[in-house]
Design a protein around this ligand. Structure first.
Ligand SMILES: Cc1ncc(COP(=O)(O)O)c(C=O)c1O
Length: 437
């Protein structure tokens, strides 16, 4: 076991010095000192969540994404974060009989696999490869077509069977597509506009609900030293609103899953969902929300205070984005110095059609390195924590396996800035040690 201080380039959390602690303390005091606000905060809260926060989020999203028409607050409900809300979406909008398959980019954010399995989709996950522009939508179209053709005879007999009771607020989509269109986890790919439009059209054709974790969108690090006030790309939920005369039915084909975890702190457990008014209402009717009220109601009142004086927007612009840009530059320069000479490559911002951003660099090791072995040695000998590609691979027999898994995810937002280069240097030592073996 190594005696070195641990360096953790695996953990995908915001570093604690990036959190708005002082402002959040004041927000909590302000909310709890105002009897009108605290009375709401202490209650179960309306199913759709704390109304002032829904309104502020709608305004904020309208400003950032600048959709053709502003976002209305009835398109928004408050959630307990993207992970909790993924489970709620699956509870209301899928049925293990009617919903045939779940399609995910491969690699994918690993912690969603269990959520899909819990919702009845064990062994019904399909991984679709990515290229430089993110999810390969042509490969997805081919896979969906083949899947529909190959459905076993008699499978349609259960067309009218449901595990869940039919209710007007519910719809069971035939397919689910899960993706992170901007600065994806783990590969940090961003889908181009044409990809986004194709994906929405495919979802409409195959009756699929696209669940987008849009949790990194605000973390765009411009190359010149000023903060980006607008998103460069629309979300898929914006595209579904307006493309080819808008949604195909009252629920639409996209839900956007947003989160304050990377902006205020993961422990807040507050996020939001956006979709058509009917989809959002349906989501707010999840059994646990009907019983317990909107998730994270008290915390919602604190976060709302951060919107009231725009301190959240200022925190993102003045603290998170400059730190992200600095941290990204630090890790990239360390990769160039310590890993590139050993054959390690990565997709750099300048080769990318969009600004750099997010939390991760997805590095590719050259053959014959075995990434699982590399990560094990890194931990055992250098106390360096890393996540190798096998962790993020969709667990499915239908997922095309690349010959060898060669990638490692490096997170540059958790460790202290001075440890980023140290972690990369240690990884270089592991690779050199393996070369010398
Ligand atoms: C793609 C993606 N979705 C969801 C989450 C978790 O979001 P939340 O904390 O809101 O549950 C993460 C966190 O790493 C993530 O990377």
């Amino acid at each position: 076991m190594s005696q070195l201080d641990q360096v953790n380039l695996f953990r995908g959390w915001p570093s604690t010095d990036l959190l708005p602690t002082e402002r959040l303390k004041k927000a909590a005091v302000d909310a709890l000192s105002n009897p009108l606000v605290s009375a709401e905060g202490y209650g179960y809260g309306p199913d759709e969540g704390y109304l002032p926060l829904r309104k502020n989020i709608a305004w904020w999203l309208s400003d950032f994404y600048a959709p053709v028409r502003p976002v209305d607050f009835d398109r928004i409900c408050i959630t307990g974060g993207a992970s909790q809300n993924l489970a709620c979406i699956l509870q209301v909008f899928t049925d293990p009989i009617q919903t045939k398959h779940v399609w995910l980019a491969n690699p994918t954010y690993h912690l969603v696999f269990q959520t899909f399995e819990d919702a009845g989709f064990y062994q019904r996950l399909g991984g679709i490869p990515e290229d430089e522009e993110g999810l390969d939508v042509s490969a997805l179209a081919v896979a969906l077509e083949a899947f529909e053709k190959e459905l076993p005879e008699g499978n349609e007999d259960n067309e009218h069977e449901n595990i869940k009771s039919p209710k007007p607020h519910r719809k069971s989509y035939r397919h689910v597509i899960y993706c992170v269109p901007t600065f994806s986890n783990p590969s940090n790919k961003t889908m181009s506009l044409s990809r986004r439009e194709s994906l929405v059209r495919i979802a409409r054709k195959y009756d699929a609900l696209i669940i987008c974790d849009d949790v990194y969108d605000f973390l765009q690090y411009p190359e010149i030293n000023n903060s980006l006030v607008r998103s460069r790309l629309p979300r898929l939920v914006d595209i579904d609103r307006f493309l080819d005369n808008g949604p195909r039915d009252r629920f639409g084909n996209v839900v956007s899953n947003g989160s304050f975890s990377k902006l205020i702190g993961a422990g807040c457990r507050v996020g939001w969902a956006e979709g058509t008014g009917d989809l959002i209402y349906g989501l707010s009717q999840t059994g646990s929300t009907r019983s317990g009220g909107a998730p994270s109601q008290l915390m919602s009142t604190f976060i709302n205070e951060l919107f009231e004086d725009k301190s959240l927007q200022r925190h993102i612009a003045d603290t998170i984005i400059p730190a992200g840009a600095r941290r990204y530059a630090l890790i990239i320069s360390a990769i160039k110095e310590h890993l590139a000479p050993l054959g390690v490559t990565f997709l750099s911002g300048s080769e990318h059609h969009l600004a750099i951003g997010g939390y991760y660099v997805w590095i590719r090791l050259s053959l014959p390195f075995n990434v699982v072995e590399v990560c094990k040695i890194a931990l055992d000998y250098y106390n360096l924590v890393l996540g190798d590609e096998s962790l993020f691979t969709v667990p499915s027999s239908t997922t095309p396996q690349t010959d060898r898994q060669q990638h490692i995810r490096l997170c540059f937002m958790w460790e202290a800035e001075d440890k980023l280069a140290e972690g990369v240097r240690r990884l270089g030592s592991v690779l050199r040690m393996l070369c010398d073996k």
